[in-house]
Ligand binder design. Structure first.
Ligand SMILES: [Zn+2]
Length: 245
């Protein structure tokens, strides 16, 4: 199966990806949040089978010099293993950068995705309405990563966005996320780890890694009343379609 969203450093990639493979996780999309990270992600993707890269600048970076470097991603996106733009979006929760700077950086990357015909991987936190508004004119493929905003669900369903669930769907009190996982149509469902963050319940408190996506798959399957193995096959096909793998 596939982990559709992981942050992996170059030094740890060998060990982390070997453990993923032993757990049956044979494909991983490595997500960049800076230009240097984009180069690293492509290096990892070149070195290991089944590894792809999504190239973007995180909204946390919007206030700094990284924000002026979106055009440097353009040539990197022509790499055969570069499959998406992102993660990009808006974060008004951590609020590390002014909202107008975040919006500009987001718009620049939506334009880049449009030009390069790539899907976008969206990070949104405490910014549901603004995120939805900026995405309105974007007619490409949208992946809502680490879905945690039940208020966004109806728009996601209406606009046929891919909805990707992370380890937080396994947490004891995450009833609303499991309800969302039930509501997403089977062909729009994805799972991810968002490693090294958000380790799922059985390994909660430890650094997360792609091998753990199996726990998230099991939680989503059980919430939906689906067979986990069958759902893994479905999600693998969804990821193949969403990212053009
Ligand atoms: Zn991420």
């Amino acid at each position: 199966m596939i982990d559709t969203h992981a942050h992996i450093g170059r030094d740890e990639a060998g060990e982390v990806l070997a453990r993923a493979r032993s757990a049956g996780v044979d494909r991983v999309i490595v997500i960049a949040t800076t230009v240097a990270g984009a180069r690293d992600a492509l290096d990892i993707a070149e070195q290991y089978d089944g590894i792809f890269a999504s190239l973007g600048i995180h909204p946390h970076e919007a206030g700094g010099e990284e924000a002026g470097r979106v055009d440097e991603l353009r040539p990197l996106l022509s790499h055969p293993r570069a499959v998406a733009v992102g993660e990009t979006g808006l974060d008004h929760y951590r609020d590390y950068a002014p909202h107008d700077a975040q919006a500009r950086l987001f718009d620049d990357q939506l334009a880049l995705a449009r030009d390069t015909q790539k899907p976008v991987v969206i990070h949104t936190r405490a910014a549901d309405a603004d995120t939805v508004e900026r995405l309105k004119a974007f007619d490409g493929t949208v992946v809502l990563h680490c879905f945690a905003s039940p208020a966004l669900l109806q728009t996601a369903l209406d606009r046929r966005y891919y909805v990707s669930f992370a380890g937080n769907v396994t947490y004891k009190n995450a009833y609303d996320l499991r309800a969302a996982a039930r509501a997403v149509s089977p062909d729009r469902l994805l799972v991810e780890t968002d490693s090294p963050y958000l380790a799922p319940q059985p390994v909660r408190g430890k650094p997360n890694e792609p091998a753990n996506v199996v726990h998230t798959l099991e939680a989503v399957a059980s919430a939906r009343g689906d067979d986990a193995a069958a759902l893994a096959v479905q999600i693998d096909a969804n990821a193949t379609a969403a990212f053009g793998l």
